[in-house]
Design a protein around this ligand. Structure first.
Ligand code: PMP
Length: 432
């Protein structure tokens, strides 16, 4: 039955579709960490709607919150409503204490890319400048502007007349150092490149309107930034008066073990972008939170029909309550350690170049042991082998050579154990 739907989809839908090509199933229903296809097969879902379903599928309390809101009010543009007021309070309350009172919130529309666009626009208006600095391998969305900031080039290569004024700099990707240095002696020279350019204007980089950075590159292949790198970027941008935008679309809402990943890097950004897991149940919403000094835009400067999704607000408030009540962040850290433990021996396999992650965001980078080139075909085989054994996983990274998992944040130890066994077996099966 899955095959029939896949065939119909192929006839009727866009050629740009992705997941069903690599994970050829049609979804019937789902619950918690599990998903069922139309043929009755059950899978552990460690893709979770690309990191959206942070409390698993159909969390009963989130379903209740959405259902109750459904009969009250569904769409409210940017009028104040109790649901929005509570959501705003809940989001601000999750910020580190020093930031709560000075951050303002802007509702951007349904997707992460919308919020990235809003963040860039705000910083351009606030600084009166036009250029933006982004990092190699980063990902910020598929719309024209967000795509232009993304350093994964496959999407944007065929698109002519891209957004001007975007400058890319090396990211701290130590496994494949972009400037061919060794991590223990490099003095974080990747950040040094940015520093030199911004200070001296080398390479034609004008003082930028913003620097946009992921704490862990997700689509880029689960690459946690080095702490010294992030701190140098923060110190530099602060010194030069350049707003630092931290894109927490994937890392945010508890994914890395703190509400926002930047908390683990000892920095405070000027702008935070969040979306995916905000509602916890896949009702779309995207926001930016920014320092009040940046609140310069005129009324109507950034609008959007779908910035008042009351269902998302109701679910998002409830999700925050559950995360606090159930110590979900503690679970993320404990399950993260469990995964680190279970995958620790994988690098004994010559095709496994590195296992890395933070919280419940993990990646296994596969590379040809002979020349270190990305083992793309192998990663695809591992994904298929895992699916056959009942586990749904994601790929990412340069050349799609990183096998990625994004479990629900409230996943149990037993499910993590079962999923890790499948993953290890799938890698063993394919990487001989
Ligand atoms: N930023 C990051 C870090 C992301 O991972 C993504 C989505 N994978 C986006 C932005 C774009 O979000 P959306 O697809 O909802 O526009």
């Amino acid at each position: 039955r899955s095959a029939a739907l896949l065939a119909r989809q192929e006839r009727r839908e866009s050629n740009a579709r992705t997941y069903p090509r690599r994970l050829p199933i049609a979804i019937a229903d789902a619950s918690g960490s599990f998903l069922r296809d139309l043929d009755g097969n059950t899978f552990i879902d460690f893709l979770t709607g690309a990191g959206v379903l942070s409390l698993g599928h159909n969390h009963p309390e989130l379903v209740r919150a959405v259902t109750a809101q459904l009969t009250r009010l569904t769409h409210g543009l940017d009028f104040p409503t109790p649901a929005k007021d509570e959501f705003t309070g809940a989001q601000l309350s999750m910020l580190p204490p020093g930031m709560r009172d000075r951050m303002k919130l802007h509702f951007c529309g349904p997707t992460g890319g919308d919020a990235v666009d809003a963040a860039i626009k705000l910083c351009k208006i606030a600084t009166g400048r036009g250029d933006v600095v982004a990092f190699q391998g980063g990902f910020h969305g598929s719309g024209h502007a967000a795509m232009a900031l993304s350093g994964l080039v496959s999407q944007k290569r065929p698109v002519r007349n891209g957004v001007p004024g975007v400058h890319f700099f090396p990211y701290s990707y130590c496994t494949r150092c972009p400037i061919a240095l060794a991590p223990d002696t490099c003095d974080v020279n990747c950040a040094g490149h940015l520093e030199q350019s911004l200070r001296d204007g080398n390479g034609g980089v004008a003082p930028p309107a913003a620097v946009i950075l992921e704490m862990v590159q997700g689509e880029g292949g689960v690459i946690p930034a080095r702490r010294e790198f992030v701190q140098r970027v923060r110190a530099l941008t602060r010194e030069l008066g350049v707003p630092l935008i931290v894109d927490e679309v994937q890392t945010g809402c508890g994914r890395t073990g703190t509400w926002f990943a930047f908390e683990q890097y000892g920095i405070e950004p000027d702008v935070i972008v969040a979306s995916k897991a905000l509602s916890g149940i896949g009702v779309p919403v995207a926001i930016i939170m920014y320092d009040e000094r940046l609140d310069v835009w005129a009324p109507g400067a950034h609008i959007g029909t779908f910035r008042g999704n009351q269902l998302a607000f109701a679910a998002g408030t409830e999700a925050v309550r559950i995360v606090r009540r159930d110590d979900v962040l503690g679970n993320v850290r404990r399950r993260g350690e469990q995964i680190a433990d279970r995958l620790a021996k994988l690098p004994n396999n010559p095709w496994v170049r590195e296992v890395r992650g933070l919280g419940l965001m993990w990646g296994v980078e596969l590379a040809d042991p002979n020349d270190g080139s990305p083992a793309t075909a192998l990663a695809h085989e591992v994904q298929s082998a895992a699916l056959r054994r009942g586990l749904i996983i994601e790929l990412g990274g340069r050349g799609d050579c990183v096998v990625r998992i994004l479990p629900p944040l409230n996943v149990t130890a037993e499910v993590v154990d079962a999923a890790c066994s499948i993953l290890v077996d799938a890698i063993d099966e394919c990487c001989l």
